[in-house]
Design a protein around this ligand. Structure first.
Ligand SMILES: [Ca+2]
Length: 111
């Protein structure tokens, strides 16, 4: 997506003014999974010049931010899934290892 950010920018720049305004910016919600309530704050954050338009430079920063965010979310999801899978594996191992092991240890540690 990052490499395509200029294509996305041109797509969103419906009036061809080389900027993306608040109305045009609405479409990014569906591209980047942004909550409706977050959108206007994000727009303000990336409108560095404060002209209520995102030029390509500002828009590119925004796409980088969105891609980072998506990757972070994907990583967190993956981590959770891996932790869950690991916990399940460990639970299985415990059941398998229990018999025998504890009995041996008790004899050595006491006395
Ligand atoms: Ca601007």
């Amino acid at each position: 997506m990052y490499r395509h950010s200029h294509a996305v920018f041109e797509l969103l720049d419906i009036d061809g003014g080389h900027t993306v305004g608040p109305a045009e910016f609405q479409a990014t919600r569906f591209l980047f999974n942004i909550k409706k309530g977050e959108l206007s704050q994000i727009f303000k954050d990336f409108d560095i010049s404060g002209d209520e338009q995102l030029n390509y430079k500002e828009f590119r920063m925004f796409t980088i931010f969105c891609i980072d965010r998506q990757q972070r979310k994907a990583k967190e999801k993956l981590k959770r899934q891996m932790a869950k899978a690991q916990a399940e594996d460990e639970a299985e191992d415990e059941v398998e290892d229990e018999p025998g092991e504890e009995e041996d240890e008790v004899d050595f540690t006491e006395d």
